[in-house]
Design a protein around this ligand. Structure first.
Ligand code: ZN
Ligand code: ZN
Length: 442
């Protein structure tokens, strides 16, 4: 394995420069390279390590300077065997995936009667101890929408549901996937078991399978499920951030920080989440430089281990004390940018107006909502109270693919990807050439 890994690392370094210029489309080359030459990139895995080697070589080949890998370690999740079946009232093999940080079953699995909860609130209302010996099934009603805002509230079923079920005595938990498709693809993602709460096996089934369980539950027939999830939560796995700069004309001015994440889930190849994000921010930074060296340095942060708790963003903020000017992130697929939000204070109103004007011809509207930044830059935004520009992507179909086996390269529309790069380039050209202070609203 060790020798094999070395030779892969070497070949990535050797082929990078040629591949980068294969067809002159930097964004597509990064996206295709990460998904095809590295593949899925689980936090803390050997594959994520290969991704760092690939990323370092690629950023250097593209002309970034001060390219560094900043290592850290994480509590990871190593997937095992994921299987689930309805045992009663009808036998049926379910399409299931373990959630990150799931507890594990014995190799032979467990089987238990199911208690159906239509919502997370219904689970919360269940009496203490009422789930002893049972598997909790948690349903929800997330629907597709353009801004993806359902993921916050409905995603809590995945993030918090398993720990709540464990607290009430459940021996396992199965949720409806946090997704909007009707394919038999389960959606994975991280869950959390706070200190003192016993981790229990926790899986997500596909939407059609959840529909079936809901129909049986409505009929009043008892449900029994067999569950085998043998993956293990593992401490001390190696991860890291890869960082590169395009130096500005004035090195004394704080840089613009662009975030994305290098890691991905393992069911697909992590094309929309988040190879696309790294492709977009990196290609846009280079496009700005092609048009003339900007005043401020543009820094790209390809963060590690976002998927299991935003480890890379936290590590970056902890390590970096030097001032930053503004932060942006791309981590919502590759759908067209449709809206821009900023958090500029009134002193930067002319700048915000110029950004909106530059984006309008691309069909991008000016939002009035709060900025979100994103997991990979959020800790630095918090630490230094940074200005933020959010370029919101159309998320209508994002949660059809998110964290599923369908997160693959063919799902990215090259024209949409190019529109993203154009929007990012337009914004970066303005903010990276702004000499004055970039001030967020208090
Ligand atoms: Zn992501
Ligand atoms: Zn994700």
């Amino acid at each position: 394995m060790r020798n094999n890994f070395r030779s892969l690392a070497l070949s990535a370094a050797l082929i990078a420069p040629a591949a980068a210029h294969a067809n002159g489309d930097v964004a597509w080359d990064i996206l295709a390279g990460l998904t095809s030459e590295v593949g899925p990139r689980m936090p803390g895995s050997e594959a994520e390590a290969r991704a760092r080697v690939w990323a370092e070589a690629r950023l250097k080949a593209l002309g970034f300077s001060s390219v560094v890998v900043e290592p850290f370690t994480i509590r990871g999740y190593v997937r095992g065997r994921d299987e689930a079946s309805l045992v009663a009232p009808i036998p049926f093999r379910l399409a299931v995936t373990a959630l990150g940080y799931s507890g594990d079953t014995p190799d032979k699995g467990i089987a238990a009667d199911v208690v159906y909860f239509p919502t997370l609130d219904a689970l919360k209302a269940a009496p203490d101890g009422s789930l002893a010996g049972k598997i909790a099934f948690i349903d929800h009603a997330m629907k597709r929408n353009q801004d993806g805002s359902g993921y916050g509230p409905y995603g809590q079923v995945r993030r918090a549901g398993p720990a709540i079920a464990s607290g009430k005595g459940a021996v396992g938990v199965v949720i409806r996937s946090i997704g909007t498709d009707s394919h038999r693809n389960p959606h994975t993602g991280g869950t959390t078991f706070p200190e003192g709460v016993k981790p229990i096996p926790a899986g997500a089934v596909s939407n059609p399978d959840a529909d079936l369980i809901a129909r049986i539950a409505a009929s009043g027939k008892p449900i029994r499920i067999a569950l085998t999830l043998t993956g293990k939560t593992t401490e001390g796995l190696p991860s890291g951030n890869v960082i590169g700069d395009l130096p500005g004309r004035d090195p004394t001015l704080p840089p613009i920080l662009l975030g994305c994440h290098l890691d991905s889930w393992d069911l697909g190849t992590g094309a929309i989440d988040d190879a696309a994000g790294c492709a977009i921010v990196t290609a846009a930074a280079l496009k700005v430089q092609e048009g003339g060296q900007p005043l401020r340095t543009i820094r790209v942060l390809w963060a590690g281990s976002e998927e299991l708790g935003g480890f890379g963003g936290k590590a970056y903020a902890q390590k970096h004390g030097e001032p930053h000017a503004l932060a942006m992130e791309s981590d919502f697929g590759a759908g067209r940018v449709w809206r821009v939000n900023t958090n500029f204070w009134t002193s930067n109103k002319p700048l915000a107006d110029r950004i909106a004007t530059a984006l309008a011809p691309m069909g991008i509207v000016r939002g009035t909502g709060p900025v979100e930044g994103g997991t990979d830059v959020e800790p630095m935004i918090e630490k230094q109270k940074l200005a933020v520009v959010d370029l919101n992507q159309d998320g209508t179909y994002y949660f059809d693919l998110h964290h599923t086996p369908d997160d693959t390269l063919d799902k990215v529309d090259p024209a949409d990807l190019a529109q993203n790069v154009a929007a990012w380039t337009a914004v970066l050209k303005i903010v990276a050439n702004e000499a004055g202070a970039l001030t967020p609203a208090p």
